[in-house]
Design a protein around this ligand. Structure first.
Ligand code: SAH
Length: 246
């Protein structure tokens, strides 16, 4: 009987893939993958492995999620070992839960292989710890991708008044709105934030600024990128280690 492995590919650096993910990629009969999963991983597949691209870009679905669910299911009818490879972690804004539920409803066996999410690893490679004693006791990971049709924001802005770290995924195009909102709820204009583009890869780019100037400073930064807001950003000055070493 077929099994589908809903697999986190990690954030970009190939070595940030788990041993388990690598094992199933090597065993796979078919790999169904996204743009965010590093395509070099596919070179690890055995010969004869099929590749199915179901590209997603920054939350914009080239293929609707229903079709992706169905494609995974159809492949499970055809092949024994199906790997659904997703960027970062499959359950962190990866819609892995929906895919697993679709398979459950159809009696297909599945396993979840967690991955290292970009939400913590891109900051780590930028020298920004998401928590730090005396600076931030917690961190939140928030989707900043909202349907343009929605008039009311779904994001609980009022909860962001504390100094806890906030990581916004899928939010680069909403950066002006995010910074404006955070200032509106009472954060200082010179509150630290950063944009991290292509984190953990050799093209990693980090722009550090304040709520007031980050929009201007981060103009034209390529995706995928995340936004990190919090005093922990200031630690980068001492802790940045990666750029220049990649
Ligand atoms: N499941 C993924 C997130 C999917 S949402 C994970 O756990 O990482 C896609 C968003 O993730 C992008 O819009 C971007 O905000 C962020 N992202 C993914 N890879 C990234 C990277 N290498 N550097 C910076 N941000 C990244």
């Amino acid at each position: 009987m077929a099994k589908v492995y809903l697999t986190g590919a990690g954030p970009g650096d190939l070595e940030l893939m788990t041993v388990k993910a690598l094992r199933v990629v090597r065993e796979a009969d078919v790999i169904i993958y996204d743009r965010l999963a590093n395509p070099d991983i596919l070179q690890e597949a055995k010969s004869g492995c099929e590749f199915v691209y179901v590209g997603k870009e920054d939350g914009r679905h080239i293929m609707p999620q229903d079709d992706i669910n169905e494609a995974i299911y159809q492949n499970a009818l055809k092949y024994e070992t199906v790997v659904r490879l997703k960027g970062g972690d499959p359950f962190v804004f990866g819609r892995g839960g929906e895919e697993a539920a679709y398979l459950y409803e159809r009696g297909v066996k599945f396993e979840i292989i967690p991955g290292i999410t970009s939400a913590i690893s891109a900051p780590a490679y930028a020298g920004i710890p998401v928590t730090h004693r005396g600076v931030a006791v917690s961190f939140r990971v928030v989707t900043a991708h909202e349907s343009p049709n929605k008039k009311e924001s779904q994001i609980p802005w009022e909860n962001f008044k504390t100094d806890d770290t906030i990581v916004f995924l899928m939010g680069l195009h909403n950066l002006p709105k995010i910074t404006k909102k955070l200032i509106e709820i009472g954060k200082n204009k010179d509150y630290p934030c950063a944009v991290i583009s292509k984190g953990t890869t050799k093209d990693q780019l980090v722009v550090v600024g304040t709520l007031e100037n980050i929009v201007e400073k981060a103009e034209g930064v390529p995706t995928p990128a995340l936004i990190i807001v919090g005093k922990v950003v200031e630690l980068r000055e001492q802790l940045k280690w990666f750029e220049g070493h990649a």
